[in-house]
Structure formats: structure tokens, C-alpha cells
Design a protein around this ligand. Structure first.
Ligand code: ATP
Length: 354
């Protein structure tokens, strides 16, 4: 069991606020992502959970017990660093055994435990090999083996795949997730890669400028972004934002933006003021029936879909449509938007209207 509760936790470095008051709960067994751009405070948050930094204020609980001020050695949390440092002069078995031997575990028990972990990771056949000659993937597995052999309550991982090339990274991401599903240990994972967070995470905290912008499942964060920052950060190409002034008229299935005759979803009826109309590229449709006209600027072919860049009366936007539809740069097309997929934001705060 390892539930982690972060409650009103704040971290200052001198006058600088690295993490503003943050609260979230990581349930037992969750693969939990801390996502955000460089410098937003995600590593500091992870380090506070592991005990490598102490919070300036607020509390952290592990299974109901407060651990905020305890040293890392008294937290039973394993930290997996980006640079998987192995002991180069030891073979694989010795590298994985090391944490148990230094705990004083008897030899026979160490041997059995290491064999078990090697079995889980699929590296039994290289246990007696020197680590020097191993492939990148095997080195990662050995390093993971060293982290999991202690059976900590939870794992902290700081961009563990950051140094790998794209293809291998994807493979290791799948392996890590599969390993997690087999072991079921609570894992907190820092990344700036939104795709990685969406693919691997059960829950995601999106941070920006030391603040939590949103906390939820990948689907909640993608479909119901709480702020324009989240809507922009998640998804590729990112959400389209069009300035939207005027009063919202009664709803229908598809939205047509045109002067003051727009039909938009029920939830936005009556919304008024200085707003931003947000719609993802896959919810923009080309339609002869629509009087909302846009000029095709470019079309980028991606095999099954294509990304069309359009100049609308409200600004430039992108549509992801079927690759078999014919669109020619320079032509004028009508546009419609799926009403259930539209988010309206308040321009002054960037917050979504709910
Ligand atoms: P990155 O992916 O670049 O590591 P991050 O989101 O993990 O970004 P943090 O490492 O948590 O960000 O850092 C948040 C902010 O706090 C940064 O502006 C960083 O410079 C600052 N910071 C982190 N550690 C310290 C420290 N020990 N002393 C002073 N400032 C620090």
C-alpha cells in the first residue's frame, strides 16, 4: 500500500517560489505523471515527495503518516534518476544485489530475490555479464532492477527516458508501463513530454510557473482543459484559439461561427463577453453548407489524416481531416465545429467556462 497525499505544499529557494501551494492525492498503485515545461517546479515537487528537498510549508503523507520532514532513508521511496548510474566494475548480479547486501540481507535470500527481479525484467540470461558491454536497454533494465529489488513503497522517476532516442524511448516507455502493471507499485514520473504523459499515466498533474493548472486523467485533461495553457500544452497540433465576441445563441449539433448568428453548445448558452473559442483540429470540419468561410493556406499530408491550415475571419486555425479529402491551397471552404468539443475560455484569465 502506498497512497501519497500532498497538502498545501510550497517550496521557496530564498525569495524565489519554485512551487506554489500544491495539493493532490496519488492513489495506491497509480502511475502518476508530473507534466509541464522546463522550470515549472515538477522536479522540485518530486524531490519533496522523496525527501531530497524539504517543503517550506505544507505536509506530505505516505499511507496516512506524515513524512514531510523525514530524511529520504526513512521514507521507503526509491528514486530513479535520469542518468542510470551503474557500478561499472561489477557485473549485473552484483549491481542488482548491492542495495540488499548493504542492508545486510543474508546471501541466500539476496540470490533468490535477484533471480526473481531478473525474471520480471527478462534479464536472467545476462546476470553474470559485465555491465560495460550491455546495450542501452539492458542497462536501463539493470538500473530498474536495482531500484525495485528493495521493494520500496513507491518509485520516483525523473525523466528516466530523457536521454534516449525517439524509437527506443517509446519501446522503454511501453516496457516501464508493463512492468508497473505487473508490480502495481505507486509510481510518480516527471516528464515535459505531453505524449509520454498521455500514453503512460493513470493521472496527470499539469504544472506551469510553479502552479498546478489541472489534475485529472489523460482523457479529462485532453477533453476538458481547465485553462488555455493546458489546452495549448496537450495535443499536437494544439487546440485552435479564436477570439469570440458577442452573445451565444441556442445550441445545435454543429457550431457555425458567423457574426452574431452562432449556434453553440447548451453549456455556453448565454455566455457573453471577451471570450476565446477553443476547438481541437480533429473537431474542425470542412462543410459546403457552412457560411463561415475560410481560405486554405496549406495542407500537410500525414498518411491517414492531413493537417489543413486555414485563414478564417477570426484568425488562423488548423483542421485534422481525412487524408482522402481533396483540398487545394488558395481555395475557400466552409467550416463547422463539433459543438460538444468546443471549450470557451475567459480571455482575461485564460480559464475555461464550465
Ligand atoms: P526541468 O525539467 O528544467 O528540471 P522542472 O519543472 O523540473 O524543470 P524544477 O527543477 O523543479 O523545474 O525547478 C523549478 C524552479 O526552481 C526553476 O526555476 C529552478 O531554477 C529553481 N530551482 C530548483 N532547484 C533550486 C535550488 N536548489 N536553488 C535555487 N533554485 C532552484
Amino acid at each position: 500500500m502506498a497512497q501519497i497525499v500532498v497538502k498545501n505544499v510550497k517550496k521557496m529557494f530564498g525569495d524565489f517560489t519554485a512551487v506554489r501551494e500544491s495539493s493532490f492525492t496519488i492513489e495506491d498503485g497509480e502511475f502518476f505523471m508530473l507534466l509541464g515545461p522546463s522550470g515549472c517546479g515538477k522536479t522540485t515537487t518530486l524531490r519533496m515527495i522523496a525527501g531530497l528537498e524539504l517543503p517550506t510549508s505544507g505536509e506530505i503523507y505516505l499511507d496516512g503518516e506524515e513524512i514531510s520532514q523525514r530524511p529520504p532513508s526513512e521514507r521507503d521511496i526509491a528514486f530513479v534518476f535520469q542518468m542510470f548510474a551503474l557500478y561499472p566494475h561489477m557485473n549485473v548480479r552484483k549491481n542488482i544485489s548491492y542495495p540488499l547486501i548493504s542492508q545486510g540481507m543474508p546471501r541466500a535470500a539476496v540470490k533468490a530475490k535477484v533471480e526473481e527481479v531478473a525474471g520480471i525484467l527478462g534479464i536472467k540470461d545476462i546476470l553474470d555479464s559485465p555491465v560495460g558491454g550491455l546495450s542501452g536497454g539492458d542497462r536501463q533494465r539493470v538500473a530498474l532492477g536495482r531500484a525495485i529489488v528493495r521493494e520500496p513503497k513507491a518509485f520516483m522517476m525523473d525523466e528516466p527516458l530523457g536521454a534516449l532516442d525517439a524509437e527506443f524511448r517509446e519501446h522503454m516507455a511501453e516496457e516501464l508501463r508493463a512492468l508497473h502493471d505487473r508490480m502495481g507499485a505507486t509510481t510518480v514520473y516527471v516528464t515535459h513530454d505531453q505524449l509520454e504523459a498521455m500514453q503512460m499515466g493513470d493521472k496527470i498533474v499539469v504544472m506551469n510557473n510553479a502552479v498546478i493548472e489541472q489534475f485529472g486523467t489523460p482523457q479529462e485533461i485532453y477533453d476538458k482543459p481547465a485553462t488555455m495553457f493546458v489546452a495549448d500544452f496537450i495535443g499536437s497540433p494544439s487546440m485552435n484559439f479564436l477570439p469570440f465576441q458577442g452573445k451565444v445563441a441556442p445550441g445545435s449539433e454543429m457550431v457555425r461561427l458567423n457574426g452574431h448568428d452562432e449556434a453553440v453548445p447548451k453549456l455556453m448558452e448565454g455566455a457573453e463577453g471577451d471570450l476565446v473559442f477553443g476547438v481541437r483540429p480533429e473537431h474542425v470540419f470542412l462543410s459546403d453548407a457552412s457560411a463561415y468561410r475560410a481560405k486554405v493556406l496549406a495542407a500537410e499530408y500525414l498518411g491517414t489524416t492531413q493537417i489543413v491550415t486555414l485563414q478564417s475571419p477570426n484568425g488562423e486555425l488548423k483542421a485534422r481531416i481525412d487524408a482522402r479529402e481533396t483540398v487545394n491551397p488558395g481555395e475557400t471552404v466552409g467550416l463547422e465545429f463539433r459543438s460538444s468539443a468546443v471549450t470557451l475560455f475567459e480571455n482575461s484569465t485564460g480559464r475555461a467556462l464550465r
